[in-house]
Design a protein around this ligand. Structure first.
Ligand code: GLC
Length: 507
């Protein structure tokens, strides 16, 4: 019966494009809800109102004042503002939890009270539903920031009629960021009566801290990650970041759904930021974008030299140690140009600065993050490099492919699910990949790519295949809706078990 019905879904995220972004989570939160709206469901997004989310700029309207939010022994108050993303059939309400105390700051994370800030956000979002008298069928939580919500629904709110039928789904975007805190956090969250969670198979020290992500994984009705391969990988110690015993316990409710990209925002046929627009039938126009990029990067403007690009958060995850190890050979032996954009750890800033100082005519590092430049890089480079150590989904490789930039990737997680290694014997594949995380394997993949680049017709086929791949959200949004119904079924089942239990006790 419920399968016919339009669902009410509250989507919780700490960041969302265009309001606040530090990583891929913001891209997902700013686009997946719109695709689910399109399928006819009443999904609404909620996030904190950071100082940078300007009321006038985004046309936010105040919906609630002084909403009481239980915190620790006291009650804090929150405001609620409303804005939207999308337009027409994709128009989706966005609720902003407002609090001068917790969120009126320039940054998004990295404050000493982050645990308390996001506990407040999650709790305020739940209380706001009640105040608005909007009863969600499903609450969709993302990352550690909102991972206590399933925990509350199974404890604090267990007998609350307002949430009696609300199911939860928890999406883990990256197991490296778990949100690990001390006992005090349980008091702030009002969960100290329930204590630590002891899991027999995790490292003993994990049972003496509050690992927010672990709680999301343990309490949500359904859990998922952002690609099918990563969903399999996190069952293993290598990729599970010490939570793999918990993930293995919950594998009956674990799914993988590949992220999509915003195909309207990232479209070389309409992109206002690139020198010359093009589509799959006018790929030859890319060469003008290549010249524009080489010029902007201060590199010799040469159409015959392959331009390799890398756009990433400059962290260990992204495989920059491998890039450092092969940069000399890449420029000297393969004669390539390399353009990098991103910000992150200072050791990688240093590495890239010294590489470009040593190879001023071949390597350019833009140590910044700017959308227009990012799009010019996708449109103007030939090869997109993404040698991540692990990659839950990865978004940039999909965007690069949409712009006809052929990927070279480490075959893990979402990279393995979106890039298939070119096979010269059969002509199949849409990029180049390597299996073992080491510099020689990456180098060999680049050698294969650069060789094919010299065969104009083959390369053209590769570019076409990349551009024609369907990375839109539609099919993934349908899969999420299936998971929402599955979460509701799990929840109903659990209720039945609970009421059976109550019956036996009453007898
Ligand atoms: C995280 C992951 C990345 C994924 C993104 C959105 O940033 O590291 O692989 O694409 O989340 O799900």
């Amino acid at each position: 019966m419920i399968d016919q019905q339009s669902l009410k879904v509250l989507y919780l995220s700490a960041e969302a494009v265009p309001f606040a972004k530090t990583g891929g989570l913001a891209d997902v939160a700013g686009s997946l809800p719109k695709a689910i709206r399109c399928l006819g469901h009443d999904i609404r997004l909620a996030m904190p109102r950071y100082g940078r989310v300007e009321i006038e700029k985004f046309g936010l309207v105040r919906r609630l004042d002084a909403l009481p939010v239980p915190m620790d022994e006291r009650t804090e108050t929150a405001g609620l503002l409303e804005g939207q993303i999308g337009a027409g059939p994709t128009e989706t309400p966005v609720y902003f939890v407002d609090s001068p105390r917790y969120f009126d700051r320039q940054g998004i994370y990295m404050y000493p009270d982050d645990a308390e800030r996001f506990i407040f956000f999650g709790r305020a979002a739940l209380e706001a539903c009640r105040a608005l008298d909007w009863q969600p069928d499903v609450i969709h939580c993302n990352e550690w920031h909102t991972a206590l919500v399933p925990n509350w629904l199974k404890t604090t709110y267990r007998d609350d009629p307002f949430f009696a039928r609300t199911a939860t789904i928890y999406t883990a975007h990256n197991l490296e960021y778990q949100g690990v805190f001390g006992y005090r956090v349980l008091e702030i969250a009002g969960l100290s009566d329930f204590g630590y969670i002891a899991h027999p198979d995790v490292a003993p020290d994990l049972n003496e801290v509050v690992d927010m992500m672990a709680r999301g994984l343990l309490f949500a009705d359904i859990i998922n990650t952002v690609s099918e391969s990563y969903a399999r990988e996190i069952l293993t110690p290598e990729f599970g970041h010490r939570l793999d015993p918990i993930v293995r316990d919950r594998r009956d409710r674990l799914f993988g759904i590949l992220n999509g990209i915003d195909t309207e925002l990232y479209d070389p046929a309409t992109d206002p930021h690139i020198a010359v627009r093009f589509d799959v039938n006018s790929i030859e126009k890319r060469v003008a974008n290549k010249a524009a990029l080489q010029e902007a990067a201060g590199l010799p403007v040469r159409s015959d030299v392959p331009v390799i690009s890398l756009v990433a958060r400059l962290t260990d995850q992204k495989g920059l140690d491998l890039v450092g190890a092969i940069a000399d050979a890449l420029t000297r032996e393969l004669g390539c140009q390399l353009v990098v954009m991103g910000t992150g750890e200072s050791r990688y800033h240093d590495l890239l600065e010294s590489l470009s100082a040593n190879h001023p005519n071949q390597i350019k590092a833009f140590l910044t993050f700017e959308r227009p430049l990012e799009q010019r890089i996708y449109a103007g480079s030939d090869i997109f490099l993404m040698p991540s150590r692990f990659e839950p989904c990865g978004i940039n490789q999909m965007v690069a492919m949409r712009y006809g930039c052929v990927p070279v990737v480490h075959a893990v997680g979402g990279l393995a699910d979106t890039v298939s290694n070119y096979q010269p014997e059969t002509g199949q594949g849409n990029g180049f990949s390597f299996d073992h995380y080491d510099a020689m394997a990456l180098y060999a993949a680049l050698v294969r790519a650069v060789e094919m680049y010299r065969h104009a017709e083959i390369w053209r086929q590769l570019m076409r295949r990349c551009m024609l791949a369907d990375f839109s959200w539609r099919s993934s949004a349908e899969k999420y809706v299936d998971l929402y119904f599955r979460a509701l079924a799990v929840k109903r089942q659990a209720q039945r078990t609970l009421s059976d239990y109550a019956l036996t006790r009453n007898e």
